[in-house]
Design a protein around this ligand. Sequence first.
Ligand SMILES: Nc1nc2c(ncn2[C@@H]2O[C@H](COP(=O)(O)OP(=O)(O)OP(=O)(O)O)[C@@H](O)[C@H]2O)c(=O)[nH]1
Length: 468
Amino acid sequence: MSTSTALIASDIEAYLKVHENKDMLRILTCGSVDDGKSTLIGRLLFDSKMIFEDQMAAIEKDSKRFNTTDEAFDLALLVDGLQSEREQGITIDVAYRYFATEQRKFIIADTPGHEQYTRNMATGASTCDLAIILIDARHGVQVQTRRHSYICSLLGIKHVVVAINKMDAVDYEQSVYQNIKKDYREFAEDLSFEDVRFVPISALRGDNVVNESDKMPWYPGSTLMKLLNTVSVTRAKSDAFRLQVQYVNRPNLDFRGFCGTIGAGDIRVGDTVASLPSGKESKVKSIVTFDGDIEKASAGMAITLTLEDEIDVSRGDMLVRPHQKPHSSSHFEADVVWMTEEALHVDREYAIKVGSKSVFGHVETVNYKVDVNTLEQQEASQLNLNEIGNCHFALTAAVQFDEYDVNRNTGAFIIIDRLTNVTVGAGMIRKPLDAKSSKSDSQYSAFEVEFNALVRKHYPHWDAKVIR
Ligand SMILES: Nc1nc2c(ncn2[C@@H]2O[C@H](COP(=O)(O)OP(=O)(O)OP(=O)(O)O)[C@@H](O)[C@H]2O)c(=O)[nH]1
């Protein structure tokens, strides 16, 4: 019996306390189609004894029905939970799995390998600390391996474990592992990873996943599980307090509370805050939560703040400490992942949502797009589906943000099509730009510019061109 099982049986309160205080590691799995992500996650859960008996019985039954592998049960079925996915045999959305060991708690985001699902992968990556990049030993480094690695680096993931899978299919040959390791190292040199490790595994047979393999004596390193349990991650963490107001709660004249999730830092009753964009200051009167009033709240908590004074704060505004203000600008430079069939067009008006604030805006210039194979920057005038590029944005009003490298919450945004309301792109803000230095030697009068904005706002289907 493991220590935790014994503790659950004898003292559930003590077990929950230990569990609550464990460090949480958020992992992203990525790789090409059929590299074995689902099998790997299933193996991690199975070998660390995280599967219930009824789940096992269902998997065994399904393995026979779908006949996806010649093994008695297909561990991928544990993870590929969606019915349609089972029928197609591919992962179609981000699936999150939770499990824990004696040392840590884990959340694994299993993202799809198909190229058209890059957006799901980008969604999964934005909250992760570490990426497991799977490579099929028979195929080596693929376009998808490069694309996913590049997105991981763009989204600020610093720790990568490259799991070279299906070693059983290449007779556990050391040279295969060494060659892939060399290829990947060469490619990843220009990416912004701090820590890249390699493990040769067989997810199907369980080699070097949780248990050490006796088939690869030439590999002296740790199993994948051991790496995950022990890797020490650096989290890009800013301690500047950020609360984006998602809702103003005013049930009666005596109560006015500003609700939101703390994006970074912490706050205490009595602290001075400034509301942006107005810049008006007040002191925190109370911090209300679902469990009652508290004295102090920190990043990740959903709270309602009340203030000493009646200052003007609305949905979309940001509460910060007066000496730790974020950038406030209508112009910025950002990296964009384009997620829809219809290309990103310069000068087309989109809704840009930064935190809980949504404003209209357009891309002034695509500075370059990136060839994910070579990481080369190429000239571009638009971005097509799944392309990644660097752009200058011009919005109709200033928004408050941090650089993405400083704060992933307040430095990210999404781009929404105004007609269909579909999210068409995601972006990471690299730096604010000076509105005046942006291209704007206007030949139009202020009235014409304003009228143009009005037409575009109320008649978006006319597709009127932006004038400035
Ligand atoms: N020989 C061998 N086959 C494996 C191994 N791991 C996975 N497979 C097989 O590879 C195929 C794909 O595995 P999955 O786990 O479904 O792959 P995936 O990466 O999740 O695939 P998608 O969900 O389509 O993105 C299945 O037939 C697995 O049984 C391995 O270590 N060795």
